[in-house]
Design a protein around this ligand. Structure first.
Ligand code: SF4
Ligand code: SF4
Ligand code: SF4
Length: 278
């Protein structure tokens, strides 16, 4: 398809689009105008119509997310490790249990010092790097998991464990009502916890006025093997760790095993599922 003629005001609007996707957007707008209207000139209304369509497709993705999703030439320097956190800092979220920035920084340092991006890229034979080739790590400050760690190669979720000090318990049942996971029973006795159901969110701690429930030190659950695509898979919990250092030793070992033994073009999560899924 040859480039169409753009009217001045349409061209001006196009310039507002971030530069790294501008040529892509130009191509897509022209495809729509040609396909649906059979025209050879793009006017402002055409651009607005296409923009509305792309916005509905784009959803609420940020600029950096969009940038990471664009296909690029497979050459040294492509950023292959994407580390995201939930937006607890922005929203001052009261649920947060771990300092997501601290964990992210530790992961960024590890990735840089060990040249992880380049080592992952070098094993991809494709001419282009697509989003699904990338190694995604998602960190959520609490079990609400807003950053969707379950569908990334590696997920990290802040958690705590409630501990009961029953001396002042009045059996009021407020902790039971507050628990989103039906993990507490109060039946004329102090609460009984079902730790197989408890996700470690601290709601029961906040509900008890008598300070009968305290919290362990925050920890992080480590998930691996998550992905979407043709065969989606939710990441499985592989460990619970207290510090970023503990986390890094597990991730480093898993990634090295993958880099040494993964099949050609096999992504990390597929490798993990093939070898370690329980
Ligand atoms: S994952 Fe938890 S801490 Fe992070 S934004 Fe969501 S609710 Fe807040
Ligand atoms: S920490 Fe959360 S999930 Fe666990 S028992 Fe308390 S309220 Fe329920
Ligand atoms: S909220 Fe506190 S006082 Fe009430 S039942 Fe639970 S532990 Fe006991």
């Amino acid at each position: 398809m040859a480039g169409l003629v753009w009217e001045k005001d349409a061209e001006k609007e196009l310039k507002r689009v971030p530069f790294f996707i501008r040529s892509f957007v130009r191509k897509k707008v022209e495809e729509r105008v040609e396909k649906f209207q059979g025209k050879s000139v793009v006017c402002l209304a055409d651009f607005k119509e296409a923009e509305a369509h792309f916005r509905s497709v784009r959803g609420d993705k940020s600029e950096s997310e969009l940038r990471a999703m664009m296909p690029v030439e497979n050459q040294p320097g492509v950023k292959m490790v994407i580390i995201e956190t939930c937006h607890n800092k922005l929203s001052n979220c009261p649920n947060v249990l771990i300092d997501t920035d601290e964990w992210r920084k530790a992961l960024e340092d590890w990735a840089r010092e060990n040249d992880i991006s380049e080592r992952i890229r070098a094993r991809i034979k494709n001419d282009k790097i697509y989003y699904h080739h990338k190694f995604r790590i998602s960190i959520s400050g609490c079990p609400n998991a807003c950053s969707r760690p379950q569908i990334c190669e590696v997920g990290i979720v802040g958690t705590v464990k409630p501990e009961l000090y029953p001396d002042d318990c009045t059996f009021c049942g407020k902790c039971e009502k507050a628990c989103p996971d039906l993990a507490i029973r109060v039946d004329n006795c102090p609460p009984v916890f079902d730790f197989s159901a408890c996700l470690g969110c601290k709601k029961c701690f906040e509900a008890c006025r008598n300070w009968c429930i305290k919290l362990s030190k925050p920890r992080a659950k480590l998930l691996m093997g998550g992905k979407l695509g043709r065969h989606p898979h939710l990441g499985q919990i592989v460990a619970e760790v207290s510090t970023p250092l503990d986390l890094l030793s597990i991730i480093d070992s898993a990634l090295n095993t993958y880099l040494e033994n993964g099949r050609e073009d096999e992504r990390f999560s597929d490798f993990w599922i093939r070898n370690f899924k329980t």
